[in-house]
Design a protein around this ligand. Structure first.
Ligand SMILES: N[C@@H](CCC[C@H](N)C(=O)O)C(=O)O
Length: 319
């Protein structure tokens, strides 16, 4: 019996890293030179939890100079050398991913592109440049990452603020439609408050909530239960519990931009004197949102890399 002849070409593999921020998980790719054709079928295959690596989204590291969106960010922030090219698990492109920015920064640190001696890292996103810093986590060590997520606003303006809502959402599992507030954090969100945790748990978020009026580009939907306020070390702090149904993904265990939208909505509903600092408990952990002035917010939380793998592209998508 003769040994099989070696393959004429070695299998094409793609090195990927798996990471998460409060269990919002991502497949990360190093494509600095922009050589990869990251089309929607490849994104869907990588994100597939049975036939692929599995993740809520795919994040490509690419030099800002290699993408039109990156070049636009560089024009205003020359330090944004690396761009976070974020895709939802269904292959769609989203403007922003809050947990993704922290996990992307951790990835750059891992690749030696963010030195321990550098206090800040500026990354490009479709929502502009984000400046990430290392921040104290619950144990007081520098295990968290934090950044100003940029300008947030209520698309419904002063009228929505005065009414407390500008939309209505039907959530599978909940008996009646609920009033909700649209919040833009670079990407679209619709936040609705529930009176207690029992209702939060009754929601069936595997099915998409139905939002009216129908948002033109879709929306992420956050269900929140305000848990109260307390003074901690002289600072008034609020706490909310949240579940989310993400556009382009489904229910996820966390959403960073969603946490910002939820905290800013609850703060707006509470009115003058409401806390600036909010802890948002999600199924995958806890993140902190801090209002910065009238219309910016800082998002802080963990970011962890858990695995590296070589993906066989022929087996994954027949390439
Ligand atoms: N999980 C992300 C948000 C990802 C994008 C979102 N699904 C959209 O389509 O807008 C986060 O942490 O912010």
């Amino acid at each position: 019996m003769t040994a099989p002849a070696p393959a004429a070409h070695p299998a094409r593999t793609l090195r990927v890293t798996k990471g998460h921020g409060t269990q919002n998980d991502f497949v990360l790719l190093d494509d600095r030179a922009g050589l990869l054709d990251l089309d929607a079928p490849l994104v869907r295959a990588l994100a597939d939890r049975r036939a692929g690596v599995g993740g809520d989204g795919v994040i490509r590291l690419i030099a800002s100079t290699e993408l039109a969106e990156g070049t636009a960010v560089l024009a205003t922030e020359p330090r944004a050398r690396w761009f976070m090219d974020y895709r939802n698990a269904d292959g769609s492109v989203a403007q922003m991913c809050g947990n993704g920015v922290r996990v992307f920064a951790r990835y750059l640190e891992h690749l030696g592109l963010w030195a321990a001696s550098d206090e800040e890292l500026v990354v490009g996103t479709r929502s502009g440049a984000m400046t990430v810093r290392r921040a104290a986590g619950p144990d007081g060590d520098l295990s968290w990452l934090a950044f100003d997520i940029g300008r947030w606003h209520l698309p419904g303006g002063a009228a929505a603020l005065a009414a407390g809502h500008d939309a209505e959402v039907e959530v599978p599992g909940l008996a009646v439609a609920r009033p909700a507030l649209s919040v833009d954090v670079g990407n679209p969100h619709t936040v609705l408050a529930l009176p207690d945790v029992a209702e939060l748990e009754a929601a069936r978020l595997a099915d998409a909530p139905s939002v009216s009026p129908v948002p033109p580009h879709g929306t992420n939907v956050e269900l929140v239960v305000p848990l109260g306020e307390a003074t901690v070390d002289g600072v008034l702090v609020g706490r909310v519990r949240m579940r989310v149904h993400e556009r382009g993904v489904g229910e996820t265990r966390s959403c960073g931009t969603g946490a910002v939208a939820a905290a800013m909505a609850v703060r707006a509903w509470a009115g003058a004197g409401a806390p600036d600092v909010w802890y948002v408990d999600v199924p995958g952990g806890t993140v902190r949102v801090t209002a910065l002035g009238a219309d910016h917010a800082e998002l802080a939380g963990p970011a962890v890399l858990v695995a590296e793998a070589d993906v066989d592209l022929a087996a994954l998508v027949g390439r």
